[in-house]
Write a protein that binds this ligand. Structure first.
Ligand code: NOJ
Length: 769
């Protein structure tokens, strides 16, 4: 292999498989030695760099594809040759990446390779469920596998850096980006963050099929007031540490190489220039060693936040600990001036430059800037094998929200009215954030049903309704060409076709909900119902008195009170990805028994938001019996959600025994074992996610009513019983107290094990110090 830099001798990292065989002290010594070699190399290189070239490394540009704002960089080719660009995003494909890398490696003075990033969010070419759907899988092996496949496909197309995982906790389904995260639970979010980072980065980022993860959006972006995109975030430090920061920390502990700062303010200061966040928390408290990139033009956006002009905000960001400026070129155009005026220091520029160069070093780009660009690898992308893996993962993400009188699974002899704007549709199968995903290659629900059902099933298809009839809404959804196509037929004609199809059929399957652009970035909604046109169709169909199955597409929890009352079954499929139709048909016909569980609470009405299971008790707690005077509740609605966190049904049923504890009194660092027997009491083999929650009823601060601490996913044949045990140590009892000290306090703890957060069996234990 051609050598581009003389790092060969200094950069050989020991493979993990060797590392695990070595005693820990030797591994630490080896890591130290590797770091020393990296430092020597980077110091040597920086010794040759001018200030302009150092600032150039801090500049990340997009050439045009995949923009998420109005700005696109100009003169990129010349800038790369001049050494004014450190990374590029929005370019992929082996030939294209090679062409751009050549500009840097062959034409710039110091031949420093570029880093190539992209929003690879839930798959690159093979698209998996949107992250909120993925989180409903409760299987870290499958989640990690999806990231591995994405990394393999992304590297086959020249990429080495992905803007994922998105680990923002969200408790407000009005926020469109709730679709991109793992829901509302900090511990569970951390598990997913870890699995994704491990999947992307593999055993070494130097591997040809590994990418560097970029954890986003640091921090608290999901706490936007009123669920309105890019809005202010203002919360107590205890809430940050206890409920919002853990997934970022989990991703860091899993070795994530980079972080992206968020658009929002934290304690009044935009995250992008927030020294407390980017330096005190991230680096000093948590020990992060990688680099931090801004979000798209987030440095420039601090002008609108009211922090000063471009020179001022760029200097503030650098000083706060931001290393790379995405697209806005504030660093490129102002830092040298700030240096001359004493507003930033050489040390600050050097530090940021060093971190960017170290990332390239860790990726092995100095050894081989073209390391993953290999035309022969094109065949590794969207293969029958990755499609099969996607189909498997997708069906694991579906959540059965209702199934009255065993309406599902459908018989493979039925006549089915397949209706709704998402039934014969390819585009919306993929969901939000699918930059390189090809929707034309996705499987529609109509196709999937034909593939799976066999010739004894009759399908009577009708569109029945448009996604929406609201022309202003359609205009907003169509921010990219053809995102929502509207059938020109009048709504009553479309509706009549659906009713006619239903009249001829035994059962109605209505595929409805949100289209691709109704969730994701800049897609906040104040009304989270199924759009009116579709709901009207459902109402007409419900009048026929035939079994009504809703297959629900959604990038967020929706308000489904009408649907829950009137439909016989509801299968939530989120946006399942490339293999959508096949996976949906597998579940509708019972070839796979659904086992997904929701990770974000479904409210009854928008008025209940924010609503989440791990809330605090008030001094006048709601008693669960409906509204009553002088309690913390509403006059017009119960406090209970429609579907609680962790909820999801199966075609079979599961019985839980009482909780058995190994001891009822513990001391210090002892371990408690809590177990239940779970029995499959129905007729189908099935999987169940057994969830462990703990409550701490008396403490120095008011604690959440319960917190998820662990789970196990088990498979049971009909009639089979399994014992499920959890080991609990004081680690699971810890919380952040008023001094932000992470510790546990002696006393009573309620151990809760069950099928969802609202349906658990409990036992009490006393734990002394
Ligand atoms: C803006 C989004 O907030 C972020 O998630 C994304 O990675 C960047 N744009 C780059 O596209």
């Amino acid at each position: 292999m051609k050598k581009y830099f003389s790092t060969r001798l200094v950069s050989k990292a020991i493979p993990l498989c060797v590392a695990v065989l070595l005693p820990l002290s030797k591994v630490a010594a080896q890591t130290k030695a590797d770091d020393a070699k990296m430092n020597t190399f980077v110091t040597g290189l920086m010794g040759k760099m001018t200030v302009d070239e150092k600032i150039g490394q801090l500049n990340l540009v997009t050439i045009g594809a995949a923009t998420t704002g109005s700005v696109v960089n100009k003169g990129v080719e010349e800038k790369i040759k001049k050494g004014s660009i450190g990374g590029v995003f929005g370019v992929w494909g082996a030939d294209r990446v090679k062409e751009v890398q050549d500009l840097a490696v062959k034409n710039s003075r110091l031949h420093i390779p570029l880093i190539f990033g992209l929003d690879v969010i839930h798959g690159h070419r093979t698209i998996f469920p949107i992250p909120l759907g993925m989180s409903a899988v409760w299987d870290m092996g499958l989640i990690k596998q999806s990231a591995q496949i994405a990394a393999k496909e992304a590297t086959a197309e020249g990429l080495n850096w992905v803007y994922s995982p998105m680990v923002d906790i969200a408790r407000d389904p009005r926020w469109g980006r709730i679709s991109e995260g793992s829901g509302e639970d900090p511990w569970y979010g951390g598990q997913i963050a870890k699995a994704m980072v491990q999947g992307y980065q593999g055993s070494s980022m130097k591997n040809a099929d590994a990418v560097m993860a970029c954890v986003k959006h640091f921090a608290l972006y999901g706490g936007a007031e009123a669920g309105r995109e890019y809005n202010t975030v203002d919360m107590s430090r205890i809430k940050m540490y206890q409920d919002y920061l853990p997934p970022y920390k989990a991703a860091l502990d899993a070795g994530a190489g980079s972080f992206m700062s968020s658009f929002n303010t934290v304690d009044g200061v935009p995250a992008t220039a927030n020294q407390w966040l980017l330096t005190d928390v991230l680096r000093k408290q948590w020990g992060f060693k990688g680099f931090v990139v801004s979000d798209y033009t987030a440095v420039n956006e601090m002008i609108a936040h009211g922090l000063g002009d471009l020179q001022m905000v760029s200097a503030l960001a650098l000083k706060a600990g931001l290393d790379m400026d995405m697209v806005g070129e504030g660093f490129l155009t102002t830092l040298k001036k700030s240096l001359a005026e004493g507003k930033v220091t050489n040390q600050e520029i050097d530090l940021a430059c060093r971190r960017v160069l170290e990332a390239k070093y860790k990726l092995g780009l100095f050894d081989n800037p073209y390391k993953s660009i290999d035309a022969s690898r094109a065949k590794e992308v969207l293969t029958p094998e990755t499609r099969a893996q996607a189909r498997n993962i997708s069906k694991h993400s579906f959540v059965l929200l209702k199934n009255e009188a065993q309406t599902l699974p459908l018989k493979k002899t039925a006549s089915i009215a397949l209706v709704g704007p998402l039934a014969d549709n390819h585009r919306d199968m993929l969901g939000t954030w699918v930059i390189a995903g090809e929707w034309e290659k996705s499987v529609s629900v109509l196709e999937g049903i034909k593939n799976v059902a066999g010739s004894n099933v009759t399908i009577n298809y009708a569109k029945g309704a448009n996604i929406t009839e609201d022309s202003l809404f359609i205009k907003r959804l169509n921010f990219g060409p053809g995102m929502v196509s509207v059938d020109p037929k009048p709504a009553d004609v479309l509706l009549k076709e659906a009713v006619d199809a239903a009249k001829k059929s035994d059962v109605i399957v209505a595929v409805v909900g949100e289209s691709q652009s109704m969730s994701g970035e800049s897609s906040s909604r104040s009304d989270i119902d199924i759009p009116e046109s579709q709901k009207n169709m459902l109402k007409e169909l419900a009048k026929l008195g035939k079994p009504l199955v809703i297959v629900l597409f959604n990038g967020r929890p929706l308000t489904l009170t009408w649907e829950d009352t009137h439909a016989n079954a509801i299968l939530d499929v989120w946006a399942p990805g490339t293999e959508a139709g096949n996976a949906i048909a597998d579940v509708l016909f019972g070839d796979y028994n659904p086992a997904g569980k929701i990770t974000a609470t479904f409210p009854r009405s928008v008025g209940q938001i924010p609503i989440y299971y791990n809330h605090k008790n008030t001094g006048r707690p709601y008693d669960g019996k409906g509204p009553s005077k002088f309690k913390s509740n509403y006059l017009d609605i119960s406090n209970d959600p429609l579907y609680p966190f962790g909820y999801g049904l199966s075609y079979t049923t599961f019985g839980y025994s009482d909780v058995k504890l190994s001891k009822s009194k513990l001391k210090g660092n002892e371990t408690l074992t809590a177990s239940v027997n779970v029995t499959n009491t129905g007729k189908y083999a099935g999987e169940e996610v057994v969830q462990l929650y703990i409550s701490d009823p008396v403490a120095s601060i008011s604690r959440s009513v319960k917190e998820l601490k662990n789970f196990k996913k088990i498979s049971l044949q009909p009639g089979e019983q399994k014992e499920v045990s959890f080991n609990i140590t004081p680690e699971e009892l810890k919380f952040y107290n008023s001094q932000l000290k992470y510790d546990w306090e002696a006393g009573e703890f309620i151990i809760q094990i069950g099928t969802n957060s609202a349906d658990t069996h409990t036992a009490s234990v006393q734990w002394s110090k």
